[in-house]
Design a protein around this ligand. Sequence first.
Ligand SMILES: [Zn+2]
Length: 245
Amino acid sequence: VSSVDLVLVGTGDAFGNGGRFQTCFVLRHDDDAVMIDCGASSLTALKAAGIGPNDIETVVLTNLHGDHFGGLPFLVLDGQFRRREHRPMIAGPPGTADRLHRAMDVLFPNSRSASRRFETRVVELGFDDPTSVGPAAVRAIEVEQPDTPARALRVEMAGTVLVYTGDTAWTDRLIDLAAGADLLVAESYFFGRDVPFHLSYPTLASQRGQLDCKRILLTHTSPDMLAHQHEAQFEWAHDNMVVTL
Ligand SMILES: [Zn+2]
């Protein structure tokens, strides 16, 4: 039986702290590759990790901030120049198609109407019911991040379960979402204090007993968090880390 691997392509915050790339994970099984989030730096990060962008057929987004979706115009145009043929499917919160169109118009005028060998499909993720997205089944829940429609995800592929919090303040809905997961990737933005609408280390530490999953990895780190990594009682994600689920 072939394994399901998660490549943590980017584990940083929005601002490149620690030299880390913005959020991007790739879940792989055989020839299937599902990308989770695609920050503005993610095309570069993908190539640095040795993953071919044209091998990504499915992208799932947790929110529409630049550090989670801003790499999509680059991914689409790179596919155009590399003669990509299969069409990518992008699944995200409500408004994803419009935001992608506007981002392409701003970053590369006229790129939206350029002719390509593929079309880009965009679907909106509903709530709660698992949705088939490429080779994965994705359950999305609404989380606490009022600036942008934001989701946490439970992604099932080939019998394994990955849960990712996205960016959010703590919500008890994460307990149910993470139940029985092989891996929970959790935002842990700050070590010493809570900031609005993000998860911080003290919150995760206090909720650890309620999170019934096999393994937890922390991500989306500020300079404050990076400075205290050795004090944290959790495993840390880092760029290019590969985890077998
Ligand atoms: Zn973020």
